[in-house]
Design a protein around this ligand. Structure first.
Ligand code: GLC
Length: 721
């Protein structure tokens, strides 16, 4: 078969069972283990060898050798020689792991995100992956939700930019190019709106807010050409996404005209029974198929029922043909009919994995994702320090790659201890865990040793955080402080030696009030394979922090959900003090402001925003506005700064956010250097969804400002006519 294979003719030659086989996806182990070795739900399905040979795709397999083995066996048993599709979650790296997406987005550097995704695609493709279940672009406002680690945070615009960038990086301009793989945008839709931040929980969001904040990033990925989409587990306004006619038919197919492949999430069709939407798998399969789900991942609805649903005339075989066509079209685009292995090679896979070039990209990404939350002057530490104490459960831990690290290994991750040793070879370095990072381990036995070590040191690094299993899928927290006795440890260490900086490893915003007296706090997220080297680069000034938060860090978990782009209220109270104001929308004992807000991030140098000039005072559909912002590096470190531009629509027919990011640009400035950044603001950027869900802009006055959320360095006003 060659590039010009006639798919419609191929489909016409296939039996119904062979067609349905193309619409089923099982884990890789089902194709490498014998039936007796298979465990879990598939074992109970009693899938025959004959049926296994019909399956059109698989997910989760260890390496290129396994992919080749599965593909070879499949092709030997498929009369039509239709290659299988191989899919994996390449979320933030394949074997070379870069920061979790919530961290990488904090770089505010789409070019860096592109480079990291290109690296991941090269490694994954060599490993036999044809499709990645990436980008995850769910809009998230609640730090209790464990999957915030996979998102770009609380800004819809940033989620659009980061999602589309990843699609272009993974897919390139030609999917048959063996170093590119297909992308799958997920989880459609509003999975991040789970009530109370509990994973898989109910989502109730108005159509207006869905269209305003939750849906744009999926659409941005579709506009970027993403080939696949994955509906989410959650029910949305009472109906699980995969059964949600409004979502799947009205929006995805009719409005957006998505003609790529729709794949269920893992057993999501089976969960229609658990949701109470379908009484049995036959009904679940019918509902999912009629709503446009092409491939069923790891449940047996299609396997057990699709053929009979067709033969009983409930489902039209023509619709099965259309679904099969979408799947085969993707295989053809990927060049699988020409080369079913797409150049997959274990030797190439392992040569690329963690190679110096890839480690260098991961190290730079880890540096640029880090956010300096606080610095009373202790950082960067002097390179002359002789005695360094590394204290805390992450001081000598390689468990810093985060959830969804594909084939990345903890053992491949550089620890803080290893990084500091490499950066400061002549220093005397002492290490003490001090305490456990686990929420239920309250021992303080390690404090005494850690305190005495801190007293003896010239510089102390507190290495704190959450276990990497406390975020990611199914890992929500009701308490988002540092778990265990880490706050108490930090208090004791800071008291013992004020020349102390905390370095944090976590997969979500944390409530840091308990350690906010630490003289410096550096947020590293889960930085991946090069985390320890990046931490050392930043601690000792070989790199300068430039990350900006993409999610607000609350003072208390009780403030969640808390996000910068909130609507005003009739009784707003956004002031710093925590004094309770009666009859205002705030908490007794805790104000409404986060501890650290979206867009915040310090540097070792000082940036001065000298001027902001507008080309005029009016915008119209025909005439845009140019905004020029002059920034100077008034400090002594060469450094990068993300210039952020926000607007506020003063009044409109619906309540508008008190501020919203509309543009950003990252610049590099040498000490003393100044640059002018220019943005164009158009009428289209001012549009929003009104109460009737019409996408409109409305005449009126706007404030425009630079700085970051809640901190305005320069501001001006303009009118939309
Ligand atoms: C998981 C996740 C989804 C992932 C899929 C395959 O349950 O929800 O993000 O892509 O299964 O691993």
């Amino acid at each position: 078969m060659a590039k010009n294979i006639n798919l419609k003719k191929l489909i016409s030659q296939m039996t119904l069972e062979e067609k349905v086989g193309q619409l089923i996806q099982l884990n890789g182990e089902n194709f490498t283990k014998s039936a007796s070795e298979i465990t879990g739900p598939v074992q109970s399905w009693g899938i025959s060898e004959e049926w296994l040979n019909k399956m059109g795709s698989t997910l989760n397999f260890p390496d290129a050798n396994t992919m080749v083995k599965i593909q070879k066996k499949h092709l030997e048993n498929d009369p039509h020689k239709i290659p299988m599709l191989f899919m994996m979650d390449v979320i933030h790296g394949y074997r070379t792991i870069f920061p979790i997406p919530l961290g990488l987005a904090a770089s505010f550097d789409p070019a860096l995100v592109y480079e990291c995704s290109r690296m991941a695609a090269r490694e994954a493709s060599a490993g036999g992956v044809n499709v990645t279940f990436t980008p995850m672009v769910d809009y998230a406002r609640d730090a209790r939700w464990g999957r915030v680690m996979e998102t770009a945070g609380e800004d819809p615009y940033l989620a659009c930019v980061m999602g589309a960038t990843q699609v272009r990086a993974f897919q390139g301009d030609d999917l048959s190019d063996k170093e590119h793989i297909a992308a799958c945008v997920k989880h459609y839709a509003a999975y991040g709106g789970a009530e109370a931040g509990r994973d898989y929980n109910t989502v109730e969001v108005s159509e207006r807010l869905l269209r305003e904040d939750y849906l744009p990033a999926y659409k941005a990925c579709i506009d970027a050409g993403v080939r696949m989409i994955m509906p989410s587990f959650n029910s949305l306004n009472g109906v699980p996404s995969i059964a949600n006619k409004w979502l799947m038919r009205k929006v995805l197919k009719k409005e957006w005209k998505f003609d790529g492949v729709v794949i269920s999430d893992y057993n999501a069709i089976g969960e229609l029974k658990t949701h109470g939407i379908a009484p049995n798998m036959r009904e679940a399969a019918k509902i999912a198929f009629e709503n446009g789900c092409d491939i069923e991942m790891m449940s047996n609805g299609y396997y057990e029922n699709l053929c009979s649903l067709v033969r009983e005339g409930v489902i039209d075989e023509k619709d099965v043909d259309k679904a099969v066509y979408r799947v085969l079209k993707l295989k053809k685009e990927l060049g699988l009919f020409d080369d079913p292995y797409r150049g997959a090679s274990y030797e190439k896979e392992m040569a690329l994995a963690l190679c110096p070039e890839h480690r260098a990209i991961a190290r730079r990404a880890a540096c640029e994702s880090a956010v300096l939350l606080k610095n009373d002057g202790v950082l960067p530490f002097s390179k002359d320090v002789k005695k360094i104490a590394l204290i805390g459960p992450f001081a000598d831990s390689n468990e810093i790659k985060g959830f969804w690290s594909c084939h990345g290994k903890d053992a491949d991750c550089v620890t803080v201890l290893e990084g500091v040793r490499a950066a400061m070879p002549d220093a005397e370095i002492s290490v003490a865990n001090g305490c456990s990072p686990l929420w239920n381990e309250k021992s303080t036995e390690g404090f005494a040793e850690a305190v005495s070590m801190a007293k003896e040191a010239d510089a102390v690094v507190l290495c704190l955080g959450e276990p990497q299993t406390y975020s990611g899928e199914g890992n929500s927290r009701a308490d988002i402080r540092l778990p265990g006795m880490q706050e108490e440890l930090a208090k004791a260490i800071i008291a013992a030696n004020p020349n102390c900086a905390a370095v944090l490893f976590n997969g979500r915003p944390l409530a840091l009030t308990g350690i906010n007296n630490c003289p410096a706090i550096l947020e590293m997220w889960f930085p991946g394979s090069e985390g320890g080297n990046a931490a050392a680069d930043l601690l000792f000034g070989n790199a300068v922090p430039c990350g900006k938060l993409t999610m607000s860090f609350p003072k208390e978990v009780g403030q969640c959900p808390i996000y910068y782009n909130h609507p005003s209220t009739g009784r707003p109270k956004w002031t710093a003090e925590d004094v309770h104001q009666r009859y205002a929308s705030n908490y007794i004992g805790c104000g409404n402001l986060p501890l650290y807000c979206f867009g915040h991030g310090l540097s070792y140098t000082k940036f001065e925003y000298e001027a902001m000039e507008l080309s005029g005072t009016r915008i119209s559909a025909e005439e845009s506005l140019t905004v020029s912002i002059k920034v100077k590096n008034a400090g002594k470190y060469a450094a990068k700064e993300t210039v952020q531009l926000y607007i506020r629509d003063i009044f409109a027919s619906t309540v508008r956010p008190v501020q919203q990011l509309v543009a950003f640009e990252k610049i590099f400035l040498a000490p003393g250097e100044a640059k002018t950044v220019t943005f164009t603001v158009t009428e289209e950027m001012l549009r929003f969804y009104d109460a009737d869900c019409k996408h409109v802009s409305e005449a009126g006055e706007f404030v425009i400002f630079t700085g970051y959320a809640d901190h305005r360095y320069k501001e001006a006003r303009f009118r939309l006519d």
